[in-house]
Structures are given as structure tokens and as C-alpha cells.
Design a protein around this ligand. Structure first.
Ligand SMILES: Nc1nc2c(ncn2[C@@H]2O[C@H](COP(=O)(O)OP(=O)(O)OP(=O)(O)O)[C@@H](O)[C@H]2O)c(=O)[nH]1
Ligand SMILES: [Mg+2]
Length: 311
């Protein structure tokens, strides 16, 4: 199988050479570094150690991945790995073996003892769990990780038209692949702290919020496309009501001077389930009213759609 390794890279000059050198020990095919509008010398360093460099000046993780694909239109398979040294290239052969065995998509799942403690930020863990659960509810296939290290065949890529160009790319890939009945194989992989450079996403609060928003937005959009607008409207309206109730309750507590730290924490903990329950109820009511208009209603997708509306 003629596979290429695509490394989307934005300002990864500190680690790119080491990442490429390490990848070479485990992968013999072509390595493509997509320089995604870096302001440092990521591209020069990558080229100096023999990688093929493709430039995609407009930032966006998905856009960078797709630029890599376009640069290798004749490859049979594409492996995507982060360029910050977090992924372990020794896992690549197993992903490719899964494709050889007939899988259309092989996903690295970051569990087990080779995952460095603290290398996956709590917000990222929560996002992985939530996305996996929503995809599972929507498609009946539970996926365990939004894998940064993954491999897929060209055929899979052709089957699933991906429109997301930023951090929602991976979740769109997983959601569409799961719904299109692509054969998916999950492979346990390691994960480490980035080798150098600055954390841009999961290690920062704004980055996590942006990525989380994007991921929910993509899931919501995918869901809204699959179901009637009336159902989505019902879910969104119920979510607004639930949020308003939480806000009113908290304001009332504040007015009564009952607002201790513990009360705040417990209201916050209650807010999520209340919101989700509200959205689910709205989904049911909405789908009753929009009955007759055909659509594959999925409470999970609607919930995601409703939640994303408030981000
Ligand atoms: N943040 C970001 N990363 C990009 C972009 N384009 C390509 N990348 C690369 O995508 C990969 C994943 O991004 P990371 O910034 O490592 O994301 P992360 O692992 O969630 O978060 P940190 O490692 O904590 O920053 C890295 O190799 C980036 O260099 C982009 O527009 N933004
Ligand atoms: Mg990273």
C-alpha cells in the first residue's frame, strides 16, 4: 500500500526536525509537512531534513490536512500525525496494518500505559468523551477518541466529503465515517507532551474553548442536516428555557445572599444535565410537531446542535 505521512504544522520549528527523524524510523514512505502559515522557520527546517514541504497559508488544522492530501493525489492511504511530537510514530505500522486488513479508517486511541500522565488536558478528555458519546448515540457506533494520529484509505476519503477546515475536521471525519458504515478499527496508541514550542490548543483556555466550540458546531451541523428543522428548533427552544431557568435560579440565590462557593459549584454541575435533559425533551416535542416531514431524527445530534447554538 502506497501511503504518505502528512504532518500539519503551524509554528512547530522547535520540534519539526526531531519529529521527522523519529517518524522515519517507523515509516518508510513519503513525509509531507504542510506548513500552515507559520511565522517561524518550520518549513525551512522540515525541507532541510528532506521532508516534502507543502504550503497552506490560511490557518486551520483541517485545511492543512486536506492540502497534504491534494499534494499526494495518487497515494492509496494517508496517515495524519501532529507535528509537535505528541504522537508516537511507532504506532503507525499498526494503523497501516489495519488498513491492509480491510479497514477504511484506523484510529489511534490514546489509552493505556503509553499515554504520558497529564499529556491529554482535562478539557480535551471531556471533549473526546462527549464527541464519542454523541456520535455513538447518533450512529450506533461508539468511538473512543478524537485521534490526532489516524490513517485512512483514499477510497474512504472519497466516500466522505469533508467540509470542515479547522479543528472540527477530525470529528467530522469520525461522524461521517461512522454514519457511512466505513470499517473503522481502533488501535491503542501512546501520547506524550509536545516536544517543544508553545501549546496552541488544549493547553490553553481560549484554544480549548475555540476547539470545543468548533467540534460541537460540526456535530450540531451534521445532526441538523439529518433531521427536520422543527426538531432542532424544539431542542434549541428547550435549551434556552433550561439555561434561563438556571440563570434565574442563580440570580435568585444571589439576591437571597445564599450564593456560597459550594452553591455555585453545585449549580454549575446541575447546569449541564439540565441543559441536556431540556434539549432532549425539546427534541421529542419538536419531532412530534414536525412529524410528517421526513428526516432521521437523532436526539444526540439535535442536542449537539442545540448546545452549539449557545457557544
Ligand atoms: N493550532 C493549530 N494547529 C495547527 C494549525 N494548522 C496546523 N496545525 C498543526 O496541527 C497539529 C495539532 O495542533 P496542536 O496545536 O498540537 O493541538 P493540540 O495538540 O490540541 O494542542 P497543543 O499541543 O496543546 O497546542 C500540530 O501539529 C499543529 O502544528 C492551525 O491552524 N492551528
Ligand atoms: Mg499537540
Amino acid at each position: 500500500m502506497n501511503a504518505v505521512l502528512i504532518l500539519p504544522a503551524r509554528n512547530e520549528a522547535e520540534c519539526i526536525e526531531e519529529v521527522i527523524a523519529e517518524a522515519r524510523q517507523h515509516f518508510s514512505g513519503e513525509i509531507i509537512v504542510v506548513d500552515n502559515g507559520s511565522s517561524d522557520d518550520t518549513a525551512e527546517r522540515a525541507a532541510a531534513v528532506g521532508a516534502r514541504v507543502v504550503r497552506e497559508p490560511v490557518p486551520g488544522y483541517g485545511r492543512a490536512c486536506m492540502a497534504g492530501v491534494r499534494a499526494a493525489p495518487n497515494a492509496d492511504a494517508y496517515v495524519f500525525m501532529d507535528a509537535d511530537g505528541s504522537d508516537c510514530p511507532e504506532d503507525i505500522p499498526e494503523l497501516l496494518a489495519a488498513l491492509e486488513d480491510g479497514a477504511g479508517l484506523a484510529l489511534g486511541v490514546r489509552t493505556g500505559t503509553r499515554v504520558a500522565p497529564g499529556s491529554i488536558a482535562p478539557a480535551a478528555r471531556f471533549g473526546n468523551w462527549l464527541s464519542g458519546t454523541l456520535i455513538g448515540m447518533g450512529t450506533g457506533r461508539k468511538l473512543r477518541d478524537l485521534s490526532p494520529l489516524k490513517a485512512l484509505t483514499r477510497e474512504t476519503l472519497n466516500t466522505i466529503a469533508l467540509s470542515e477546515m479547522t479543528y472540527g475536521w477530525t470529528v467530522e471525519l469520525l461522524a461521517v465515517a461512522a454514519s457511512k458504515e466505513v470499517t473503522i478499527k481502533e488501535v491503542e496508541t501512546g501520547y506524550r507532551h509536545r516536544m517543544g514550542g508553545r501549546s496552541k490548543v488544549s493547553g490553553t483556555v481560549p484554544g480549548s474553548i475555540r476547539a470545543g466550540y468548533r467540534i460541537l458546531f460540526v456535530l450540531g451541523r451534521a445532526g441538523t442536516r439529518q433531521m427536520g428543522k422543527g426538531t432542532a428548533g424544539g431542542a434549541a427552544a428547550a435549551t434556552v428555557l433550561a439555561l434561563t431557568a438556571i440563570a434565574a435560579y442563580t440570580t435568585w440565590l444571589f439576591a437571597q445572599r445564599l450564593l456560597s462557593r459550594d452553591v455555585l459549584v453545585s449549580s454549575w454541575l446541575l447546569a449541564w444535565p439540565t441543559m441536556l435533559a431540556g434539549a432532549l425533551l425539546g427534541t421529542m416535542i419538536g419531532s412530534v410537531f414536525s412529524r410528517g416531514r421526513k428526516g432521521r431524527d437523532s436526539p444526540a445530534y439535535v442536542t449537539a446542535g442545540a448546545v452549539s447554538a449557545f457557544q
